[in-house]
Design a protein around this ligand. Structure first.
Ligand code: SF4
Length: 667
């Protein structure tokens, strides 16, 4: 038995250091490293702890496949890699001749990938083709746009520094599902006297784990944040000295906040005004205090405004300059990869299409139309809004669809060609943490299972098969790792240690110090090196609030992360049944008991599941986990079927939480 050191690249802020136990070429266990990784500390989530199930699962795609039944039937025949590559390149060449290269659409998100498998050879290949570009908006578009505009993606408070905070606000995040290493730090901070607040329509942490939970209506975060700022002003807790030295736009923000007295905001958000006042008072008194801004608040029409108002709270109150004080969003901006040398002058100038509107892109007139869809690092049927229109699009006879994936996903069943992909245990990569301050090497622990291929090898091979003689298509995976190591800036020109990456280990940052102190060792990366509290990307009415309602569908649907899947990954074995959660009052009014069969519906579709009655969800809101596979619901449709294709106006981000639904009992 050998133990292979590697890094978890899954879409999770923690970026754990892993010990992978391998016996006779098979993974037998995956454990958290006990080494000096800043957050792993010898434990990992059960999702990755049981990831060997995915590696050897019966639905693993082991060979290239060609569709032989109807689209969506799941009937395929085995073909060779040579046949698959030949068919793809032949079809691509015909489409380019008939419609132009923009008729080919690469479709990838890549949250669970690193620099080698997301944005290097794949982008180079599609840029070389001149294919359409995809705007990656399913997650983090509003938060990314606002964090960039306000702070230039300044590195945030490290998870391990939360123990120093005297107040912690977790806003729109569920660390139990998607950042478990934050939990011990929250507990330790509380043991040391910190006041912990969660703000979310659904109470994810147990009552005994938090001091105050504010259960707001979806989409109302912006007005609650403005009311907190207004209350801070009323308490005399605005740090004018800090604002004068380090911020722009404060006057406009404070004026807007004054228009949202606590009572007005509380009435819109459906919460107790006293609770908003208590949060503001305690925040004013606490030092250090930290705001953990998650991604739940961005998934609606008011998402960008909400993030802008929430991220302004630490600034107006001057909560920076101390370990454990400030804010955390994504820390991905701490390191930046320069891809220009790799692209060597190649510009990708083709049109850009928003991935959140895939259903429309595939089913409504477009010039040129999409004739080929190449899906990788993504499972759009399970994750993209308006599932029914996505499926209608994938059923088009004239659409040539290729899916490169590890298992036979719902999306793969609609493909013409399915290609076997390696898991992270079988391929090289480099992962930049977006919570933990590490850059980690992803090193293969076992040989590729079946005939699976990493996507950097796939795109190198496709490039050569298309007749391109660019040297990029002859680089090896190890050369890609070396490229990333030498072109990744971890601040002040510092690079990760290439030997550590190739050994599956990690490099820590140095701010100086392994974790930043905002406005002490890490500063805004905006042009003026100041926080911009009134970012121009918000337009003329920067903190506008739009109420989303539909009298026919009185319940708001939220679709949070599950502790059993990462987006849709592992849904093939780890998420057998999808439920809808209802508040007891909403359930009683509809005659719905716990476990009752129900249909959740709106004009876009319906989902047939069983009800779970819980007072963790506030009245007027229902919840279904995101990423569920079709087999987990009675009618083969999941929460994505009820989410509109609305996009957030500032960033184009998906507005899952704009979904309004009704629930009724079925027999
Ligand atoms: S998913 Fe997150 S918690 Fe789980 S092993 Fe990976 S980085 Fe760690």
């Amino acid at each position: 038995m050998t133990v292979v050191t590697t890094t978890c690249p899954m879409d999770c802020p923690d970026t754990c250091a892993l010990d992978v136990h391998v016996d006779e070429g098979r993974v037998t266990a995956i454990r958290g490293s006990r080494g000096d990784h800043p957050t792993t500390d010898g434990f990992i989530c059960s999702k990755v702890g049981s990831f060997a199930k995915r590696v050897y699962h019966e639905s693993r795609v082991l060979h290239p496949l060609r569709r032989k039944g109807a689209k969506g039937s799941g009937e395929f025949e085995r073909i060779t890699w040579d046949e698959a590559i030949s068919e793809i390149t032949t079809r691509f060449q015909a489409i380019i001749a008939g419609h132009g290269a923009e008729a080919i659409l690469p479709y990838a998100y890549g949250g669970s990938n690193g620099f080698v498998s997301d944005g290097l050879l794949d982008d180079y290949f599609f840029a070389r083709l001149g294919a359409s570009q995809i705007e990656k908006t399913l997650c983090a578009a509003p938060t990314g746009a606002i964090a960039t505009a306000m702070y230039g993606k300044m590195p945030g408070v490290a998870p391990e520094d939360y123990v120093h905070a005297k107040m912690i606000v977790v806003w729109g995040a569920n660390p139990k599902a998607s950042q478990i290493h934050l939990i011990p730090y929250l507990q330790e901070a509380r043991r040391r006297g910190a006041f912990v607040v969660t703000i979310d329509p659904r109470q994810a942490l147990a009552s005994k784990e938090v001091d105050l939970h504010l259960s707001i209506l979806p989409g109302t975060d912006v007005v609650v944040a403005l009311a907190i700022i207004g209350e801070l002003a009323r308490l005399g807790a605005i740090d004018h000295a800090f604002l004068g030295a380090h911020a722009t736009g404060a006057r406009a923000l404070l004026d807007e906040a004054a228009a949202w007295p606590v009572e007005r905001a509380a009435s819109v958000a459906g919460v107790d005004a006293g609770a908003i006042r208590e949060i503001a008072r305690r925040w004013a008194e606490a030092s250090p205090a930290v705001m953990r801004c998650g991604w739940g608040l961005e998934r609606n029409t008011n998402g960008a405004q909400a993030v802008a108002a929430v991220l302004a709270i630490p600034a107006v109150s001057g909560k920076f300059g101390l370990r454990g004080g400030g804010y955390t969003l994504s820390n991905s901006g701490a390191a930046k990869l320069d891809v220009e040398p790799f692209f060597a002058g190649l510009k990708w100038t083709a049109r850009t299409l928003n991935m959140s509107k895939l259903g429309t892109l595939l089913t409504e007139p477009l010039s040129p139309p999409i004739k080929a869809l190449f899906v990788y690092n993504c499972n759009p049927v399970a994750t993209v809004p308006d599932q029914n229109s996505v499926v209608r699009g994938l059923m088009r006879d004239d659409l040539f669809t290729v899916v490169h994936d590890q298992v036979m996903t719902d999306s793969a069943t609609y493909a013409d060609i399915v290609l076997p992909a390696t898991t992270f245990l079988e391929a090289w990569d480099v992962k930049r943490g977006y919570g933990s301050f590490v850059v980690g090497g992803v090193k293969p622990a076992i040989a590729p299972v079946g005939e699976s291929m990493p996507n950097d090898r796939l795109f190198a091979r496709l490039g050569q098969a298309m007749g391109f003689d660019d040297p990029q298509f002859r680089t090896t995976s190890e050369e890609c790792v070396r490229y990333v190591a030498s072109h990744l800036d971890m601040g002040n020109g510092r690079k990760p240690d290439v030997d550590a990456l190739l050994a599956g280990s990690f490099t820590r940052y140095d701010f100086p110090g392994a974790a930043p102190v905002q406005f002490e060792t890490a500063f805004p990366r905006t042009p003026e090196r100041k926080v911009d509290l009134r970012p121009s990307i918000l337009g003329d009415d920067p903190w506008s609030f739009v109420a989303i309602s539909d009298p026919r569908f009185p319940l708001s649907l939220i679709t949070p992360a599950s502790s059993r899947m990462i987006s849709s990954s592992m849904g093939e074995y780890n998420f057998d049944e999808l439920f809808v959660e209802l508040n007891p009052g909403d359930a009683a009014r509809r005659g719905i008991g716990d476990g009752a069969a129900v249909r959740v519906f709106n004009t876009l579709g319906e989902v047939r599941v069983r009800a779970r009655i819980t007072d963790r969800i506030r009245p007027g809101v229902v919840s279904m986990n995101k990423g569920a596979w079709m087999k987990s619901a009675g009618n083969g449709r999941t929460a994505a079927a009820l989410c509109p294709q609305n996009v957030e106006p500032v960033s184009g981000g998906a507005c899952y939480n704009d979904a309004r639904v009704e629930v009724e009992k079925t027999s």
